[in-house]
Design a protein around this ligand. Sequence first.
Ligand code: GDP
Ligand code: IMO
Ligand code: MG
Length: 432
Amino acid sequence: MPNNVVVLGTQWGDEGKGKIADLLTVNADIVVRSQGGNNAGHTLVVGDKKVVVRLVPSGILHSSSLCLIGSGVVVSPEALFGEIAELTASGITDAESRIKVSAASSLLLPIHVAIDKASELKRGKNAIGTTGRGIGPCYEDKIARRGLRVGDLYDMEVFKEKLQALLDYRNFNLKHYYGAEEVSFDSILEGIMKVRERLLAMVADVSAILADARKSGKKILFEGAQGTFLDIDYGTYPYVTSSNTVAGGCCTGSGAGPRHIDYVLGICKAYTTRVGGGPFPTELNDELGEYIRKVGAEFGAITGRPRRVGWYDAVAMRRAVDINSLSGLALMKIDVLDDLDELKICTGYRLEDGTESQLPPLAAYEYSKVTPIYETMPGWKASTVGITKFEDLPVNAQAYIRRLEQLAGVPVAIISTGPEREQTIMVQNPMA
Ligand code: GDP
Ligand code: IMO
Ligand code: MG
């Protein structure tokens, strides 16, 4: 029985990771985030209550779960405490005591938000379409070894020195390269001092907690953010986020070793969406796309941006299966396709020389040379909303799911027929 399960996105984010992480947390003692920051927006629906978490792991609704933020996460204290305040207001009053933050996680500061916005403006028509949360610049500073970490808050003399050095560099960028307003040392320090003690009270050695948990047989859920094709190495670079969203990122960003992962669950929609710029071979820029966006409520959970919509891409999935070593799939939002006459599945990419590729390219510019090859399946024209048994699905829906499973080469473990916990077909619970 798998103890330690990874839940991650196999497309361009917003696949429904939040719903599945929340669902599986019933059987998990610990839920850990290993990468990304408050660019994520994971929606949890329980009855008529909807909660959107950004930095906080999706296990937070379960009062017995410990929620960890690993070293690979970029932590905006302002965003974290804003989110805790929202959780408290919605009745989850013990959130702060159940969240632990790694001292090695990076501090995301207002200077990063300013750089993110200025950098997007400067890119003009080539803008990435970031969430504007400062994620990229914060990771840049981490990798350049000039970033500040949560643990730096212990010694404010060291902290101030590092902050001054960071601002000297970043404000020079802002003023002289981007022609934007500088961010003052005092304003950042003031913001930090307001939350310093609260944040330090949440600091813990995340990798040590995970090691102890593993030894005592506790169950750990690793919750990915974003999706495989937003990965900094394997995504549609440069139209990606700045972290490793693939399964390997769970290890580096939490401090758990690769042999401690038992099962990797890939979350995918029964179609595809993406938000922001960058290639999207199966995109539907027509009325049908508009229809799926409306029925699927495909608007950003945090930013409200309309998501781009397209057919299911089995070529992209082939790479997602391999690089994440997927054990199984959770197929989401099947109900959104209920009224379609027919469905298309992209099974290959036609290249300019007429040959066919079974794997997607590794750089954004190469996508201009590919055209999707589709196979068509009949729709089911009946409601699947809330169905909980596979055999109760219309036969054409069963056939569509089986075809996606066959193309991916890994079993479908979960099928989602609505946003709520109960609206789920649990073929094989990866954590039970
Ligand atoms: P995440 O970022 O991967 O957690 O996904 P988001 O929360 O950003 O987006 C997924 C959206 O789809 C949310 O609004 C969910 O409530 C919703 N959702 C999840 N599963 C289903 C489903 O099976 N059917 C429908 N109609 N909506 C779903
Ligand atoms: P969840 O976890 C969908 C996208 C942005 C942009 C690119 C870079 O909810 O699935 P960033 O702000 O990270 O530098 O933006 O990545 N992006 C997401 N798209 N879901 C997300 O998170 C995303 N997080 C970032 O739209 O294209
Ligand atoms: Mg989301």
